[in-house]
Design a protein around this ligand. Structure first.
Ligand SMILES: *Cc1c(COP(=O)(O)O)cnc(C)c1O
Length: 351
């Protein structure tokens, strides 16, 4: 089905209107998108077509029952002009894990991988070459089938859109440790990249922003005594010289950046621990000076350093370090992603 993907090209490319020196994150789009429909119990032939609005019936179940999942990945150019992806099969597998939980049909690996590679070839000129920039890739699937009955839809759409993007965050963020709201619960969908998870994060995040923070540190829904994620990123805490992250669970997303960082840290002599991290421990470490760093990890920002955190009306600042793990690890991982160094793990995939 993916040997000869039908390509309908744009009449006129918008590439000349893209300012590659001043790219925002994820809001300038490439010329084309990959689309594939699931109808009558099977996936139809994928197509590459102009990036454009899509038409849906107002009763489409995506609008009412939120059967919607996504992935986030990036393509990079190395200095020889090759296009690289980073562990793309992991994204395909995770999309299908999310799909299973939301009763969305599994997307065949060849539609995902071959469709993506061909899309990247068609929109090759949109992949930024500037240091720190990349092509952000957004694969997603949703219920396009109709009806107000609260049950899984009978039709779905898989789409891949891409957006040439600059760096995600500028500067360090101030975070608030959440004491009331939760983004996920045991038995829920927190491990899935389901659209509704992010909708549910917006309100508590807005309250945190009103208090002067940039982002929320999510705690477990039951006791709010353990830190779990930072916004839509996994969280790492450095106490003395040990780098700690929470174990994945029903509530914590199994991030590809997270597991790559764990591997790279271990192989570069940084001691790591995967275990629950209590709020009390972090507050104590901040007070006695053993809390050296906190950062979020995810595809978009790669590593997002945290400047300080708020908890129960108190603010705690983190120290400014000479050569923080955050910067060391970000360089190690982005050097692999952009083909500047050896890739002993086989994580890179050339397009
Ligand atoms: C996507 C995401 C992450 C990071 O996953 P990556 O595979 O590293 O991009 C972490 N937490 C949440 C809630 C996410 O949605």
């Amino acid at each position: 089905m993916t040997e000869n993907i039908e390509i309908q090209r744009v009449k006129e490319s918008k590439i000349s209107s893209v300012d590659f020196d001043n790219l925002p994150f994820g809001s300038v789009y490439s010329d084309h998108m990959l689309t594939c429909d699931y109808i009558d119990g099977k996936w139809q032939a994928p197509k590459i077509e102009p990036f454009a609005p899509i038409s849906l019936n107002p009763s489409a179940k995506i609008f009412h029952y939120g059967q919607s999942i996504f992935e986030g990945m990036k393509a990079y150019k190395d200095d020889k002009g090759n296009t690289l992806l980073f562990r793309p099969l992991e994204n395909c597998k995770r999309l299908n894990k999310s799909a299973e939980r939301l009763v969305i049909p599994q997307i065949p690996e060849d539609i995902f991988m071959e469709g993506l590679k061909q899309l990247l070839k068609v929109d090759n000129d949109f992949i930024p070459t500037k240091e720190g920039s990349s092509l952000y890739i957004r694969p997603f699937m949703f219920a396009s089938g109709n009806g107000f009955h609260a049950s899984p839809a009978d039709a779905y759409k898989f789409i891949i859109c891409t957006a040439p993007s600059g760096a995600y965050f500028a500067g360090k963020v101030k975070v608030l440790i959440e004491e009331k709201y939760a983004r996920a619960a045991n038995g829920g969908v927190g491990f899935a990249k389901a659209g509704g998870n992010y909708a549910a994060q917006f309100y508590p995040t807005q309250l945190a922003i009103e208090k002067g923070y940039n982002q929320v540190i999510w705690t477990d829904d039951n006791t709010h005594q353990f830190i779990e994620e930072a916004g839509a990123m996994n969280i790492f805490v450095r106490i003395n010289d040990t780098l700690i992250t929470s174990p994945t669970s029903d509530r914590i997303l199994d991030g590809i950046t997270r597991k790559s960082i764990l591997q790279i840290a271990e192989d570069n002599g940084i001691q790591t621990e995967v275990r629950k991290i209590s709020v009390g421990e972090v507050v104590e470490a901040a007070k006695d000076g053993s809390l050296k760093e906190m950062f979020g990890a995810g595809t978009a920002a790669v590593i997002s350093p945290i400047a300080g955190f708020g908890y129960q009306e108190n603010d705690f600042d983190l120290p400014e370090l000479e050569n923080p793990y955050a910067a060391q690890l970000k360089k190690l991982i982005t050097d692999i992603q952009t083909n500047k160094t050896e890739d002993p793990y086989g994580w890179r995939v050339f397009v």
